[in-house]
Design a protein around this ligand. Structure first.
Ligand code: C5P
Ligand code: MG
Length: 275
C-alpha cells in the first residue's frame, strides 16, 4: 500500500455505509483468472480460443506472432497510454479479423473452455458466493472475449444472477458460425462504466456509490469512470509481470497492490470485513 491510512479510512467509511451502497467492478483476464500456475502461464480468454482445436495451425502461428509483438508493448512501462492506445486497437482488430476467418462454431465453445487450462484465482468461489449472498452486484468489465469468459465462470459454477458482464461478444450467423464481433470494440484503454450507463445497461448500478475496483492493468483504473455520484473507491491491483519496473506506477495508481499473488485472499478479506 502506498498510503495505508487512506485505505483504512475508505474501508471504515464503506463499512458504515453498508452493503447496499457497494458495487464491485472487476477486470477478468489475469485479475479473476490466474496469471500463472506451477510456473506456467495461464491463458487469457483470447488465448483459450487462440490455442484451441477451432483454430488452424497457420492461424495459431499468426495469433502467436501478434502476441509476441503486442504483449510486450502492453506491459511496457516506458511508453505512455497515449502511445500504446493505437497499437492496442491494432492488436485487437488484427486478432478479431483472424478469428472471424476461422469460421468458429458457437456450439463448440463449451468444449474449448472445458479442454483449456483456464483457471480462476484460488478463492474465487468465496469471492463470487459472498457477493451473491450479500446481493452486491459484480460488473466484470473485460477487453477479452465475452462468450469465452462467460463460459469459464459458468463451468466454474459461479455465474450468479448478480454478475453482469461487459465485454467483446461474438456475432454468429444463422448456422452458428462466427461472422463478426458485436458493437464497439473494448480494448484495455476504453473501459468506463459511465459509457455503459449511457447506453441504458445495468441501471441498477446507479444507486451504488461505493466501488471496489479490481484490475491488473493500469488501463483498468478507468473502469469506474462515470459511476453515478461516486463517493468512495478502493482500487486493488494485481501486479503479475515486470514487477520491479512497474511497482512504483502501480503503487501510485492502486490503493493496494498485490505482487505475484495468485489468490483472491485480499479481496475476500476486504469483502468479509465490509459485509
Ligand atoms: O479481461 P481483460 O480486459 O484483462 O482482457 C484483456 C487482456 O487480453 C489483455 O491484458 C491482453 O494481454 C489479452 N489479449 C490477448 N489476446 C489478444 C488481445 C488481448 O491475450 N488478441
Ligand atoms: Mg486483465
Amino acid at each position: 500500500m502506498g498510503d495505508p491510512h487512506r485505505v483504512e479510512e475508505i474501508i471504515k467509511t464503506m463499512q458504515k455505509a453498508g452493503t447496499s451502497t457497494i458495487q464491485v467492478i472487476s477486470d477478468f483476464d489475469m485479475t479473476l483468472t490466474r496469471f500463472a500456475y506451477n510456473g506456467k502461464r495461464c491463458p487469457t480468454s483470447h488465448n483459450i480460443l487462440d490455442n484451441s482445436k477451432l483454430i488452424s495451425e497457420e492461424c495459431k502461428a499468426q495469433l502467436k506472432d501478434l502476441l509476441n509483438i503486442y504483449y510486450p508493448i502492453e506491459i511496457d512501462s516506458k511508453r505512455t497510454a497515449k502511445e500504446k492506445l493505437p497499437l492496442m486497437v491494432e492488436w485487437w482488430t488484427k486478432a478479431h479479423t483472424l478469428l472471424v476467418q476461422q469460421r468458429i462454431r458457437k456450439d463448440l465453445l463449451q468444449d474449448v473452455v472445458r479442454e483449456s487450462d483456464a483457471m480462476l484465482r484460488k478463492g474465487y468461489q468465496l469471492f463470487f458466493d459472498h457477493l451473491l449472498e450479500h446481493s452486491i452486484p459484480l460488473l466484470i468489465f473485460s477487453a477479452g472475449l465475452g462468450d469465452v469468459l462467460e463460459e469459464v465462470i459458468r463451468q466454474a459454477g459461479v455465474f450468479h444472477p448478480n454478475v453482469k458482464v461487459f465485454s467483446n461478444y461474438m456475432d454468429f450467423d444463422e448456422t452458428g458460425v462466427l461472422k463478426a464481433f458485436k458493437g464497439e470494440l473494448i480494448h484495455i484503454y476504453n473501459k468506463r462504466e459511465g459509457s455503459l450507463l449511457n447506453t441504458g445497461h445495468f441501471q441498477e448500478l446507479k444507486s451504488r456509490h461505493n466501488v471496489l475496483l479490481v484490475g491488473d492493468s493500469l488501463g483498468d483504473l478507468t473502469m469506474a469512470d462515470g459511476v453515478h455520484g461516486m463517493e468512495n473507491i478502493l482500487k486493488i491491483g494485481f501486479l503479475n509481470d515486470k514487477v520491479e519496473e512497474r511497482k512504483t506506477a502501480y503503487l501510485n495508481a492502486y490503493d493496494i497492490v498485490l505482487v505475484k499473488d495468485e489468490t483472491m485472499d485480499v479481496p475476500n478479506a476486504l469483502l468479509l470485513h465490509l459485509t
